[in-house]
Write a protein that binds this ligand. Structure first.
Ligand code: BGC
Length: 465
């Protein structure tokens, strides 16, 4: 599979290579879905400190409030798959915006804990839908030459959302019941997403799938900035003609087994290699190394947040040049090395005096490695490797796996540290990262520079029997 890259024929130039300014605007608006994904997952880390005081929560209840959003995300990811084809990518993103807004209002004005938890579950549903429909929409409108960069825009917005949430949390720390503002402010990007997408076009590929070829042509004129869209239309039509309509059970057909395995495998590896233990628990990991001050915590979270943003930008520069596979492999090897270094630092007490600084540097190396590859490339690849007629369902399955694995890691991290010790926990994540290197090396295809339809064609001829 890894070799499929060498066999592809480039599409004649002058057909659908144009990068219009409009396609960048369309992608940026859809990426507000990513911003909300990041904001709403990040904001709770600061808000929970005040919520626990106000509602007198013990640690079990705190975990419950924090993970309620993940339960909603699993549900939203499934819902997105059920409704995505019928209502279309654009309407699903508008729906996600409305759900985000509703959740923000409920959590901000909640009279009690029950409504707060319900509000967080609702926010989670929005995250679950947006997490895969935004990348899918962007991938379907993007010209092949910059599809990687445009889908990375969604992850960039996500990392900016996390950073913004840390900043908002910090800003409202001394405001009475400031947590309501922290959660409620998500209404602003939620409205921007819903209203912005209302003005954007439908995905041309979805329109063709729904037999609305005339509209698809108009949209392609608009987003390609040219009348010359016949070749692209023809390619989508003929690819769809060989696919027909799809059922959930089609996911089990031999031709789809490998892409499905790649999607679910990468989804699980993206989480079990530990990123969210760092995103959610960076201050705790810093405390393990003896840095306990509030300043150190802020340094840990903002440092992690800034590095996450910067290295996503670095990755976006490489993704359409070097390709998905080199980026993913470099990312995973960097993560494995940093996790092993983290484990070793916790293992050698003689390093104790300089441990604090070492842990900060290693954490940054780890986040940088994730940000250039595994973070964004997972969402990009699952938006590229499935045939149009089943894309929404297959992406939904991979996304449910991603959120399910996220939930399991969030719930088990502290118990794993207790059971295996600090070095043991990080060795475990390092070994899982090595497994994902092997998985990627053997199975993940290169999709750079091809149209979505060419990717389907190539995957068909290289599928596992
Ligand atoms: C992952 C999230 C993670 C985020 C961090 C995303 O690609 O799916 O689980 O929190 O990256 O930037």
């Amino acid at each position: 599979m890894a070799q499929t890259s060498s066999t592809s024929q480039p599409v004649p130039s002058g057909t659908h290579h144009q990068v219009s300014r409009f396609v960048i605007i369309v992608s940026a608006i859809a990426a507000i879905g990513g911003l909300l994904f990041g904001y709403d997952t990040g904001v709770i880390s600061g808000a929970i400190l005040f919520i626990k005081e106000q509602f007198r929560l013990d640690s079990t209840m705190q975990e419950f409030v924090v993970s309620s959003v993940l339960v909603g995300s699993v549900t939203g990811a499934a819902l997105g798959g059920l409704l995505g084809d019928r209502f279309g990518r654009r309407h699903m993103i508008i729906l996600a915006g409305i759900i985000f807004g509703l959740g923000a209002l409920l959590t901000a004005f909640t009279p009690n804990l029950t409504i707060l938890v319900i509000g967080r579950v609702i926010v989670g549903v929005g995250i679950g839908i947006a997490s895969f429909i935004s990348p899918m929409y962007i991938s379907e409108v993007a010209p092949k030459s910059i599809r990687g960069t445009l889908v990375f825009l969604n992850q960039l917005a996500l990392t900016l959302g996390i950073l913004l949430s840390y900043w908002v949390d910090y800003l409202f720390t001394n405001v009475s019941e400031g947590w309501r503002l922290m959660l409620g402010l998500a209404i602003v990007p939620a409205l921007a997403l819903a209203l912005g997408m209302a003005k954007m076009p439908d995905s041309p590929r979805w329109l063709i799938m729904r037999n609305r070829g005339g509209q698809a042509r108009k949209v392609l004129h608009q987003i390609r900035g040219t009348q010359n869209v016949d070749a692209e239309l023809e390619e989508i039509h003929s690819s769809l003609a060989t696919e027909g309509s799809s059922q959930w059970s089609d996911l089990l057909k031999p031709a789809l087994r490998l892409p499905l395995m790649i999607g679910i495998g990468l989804a699980i590896f993206q989480q079990v290699t530990g990123i969210n233990t760092v995103i959610y628990y960076a201050p705790t990991i810093m405390e393990f190394s003896g840095l306990k001050s509030a300043g150190a915590s802020i340094l840990a979270t903002t440092g992690v947040g800034v590095i996450n943003v910067l290295f996503t930008i670095v990755g976006s520069w490489f993704v359409d040049r070097a390709g998905r596979r080199p980026l993913l492999l470099t990312s995973l090897i960097g993560m494995a090395i940093s996790l092993a270094l983290l484990a070793v630092s916790f293992q050698l007490p003689q390093l104790a005096s300089s441990l604090g600084v070492a842990v900060v540097i290693i954490l940054m190396l780890y986040v940088a490695s994730f940000a250039i590859g595994l973070g964004p490339v997972f969402w990009l690849l699952i938006s590229e490797i499935y045939p149009l007629n089943i894309r929404s369902k297959a992406m939904s399955v991979a996304t449910v796996a991603n959120w399910g694995a996220n939930l399991i890691v969030a719930m088990t991290f502290l118990s794993i540290v207790n059971a295996l010790g600090r070095p043991g926990a990080f060795w475990l994540y390092a070994v899982l990262t090595l497994c994902s290197v092997v998985f990627t090396y053997l199975l993940v295809p290169e999709t750079k520079g091809r149209t979505l339809e060419q990717i389907q064609e190539e995957l068909k001829t290289h599928h596992l029997k």
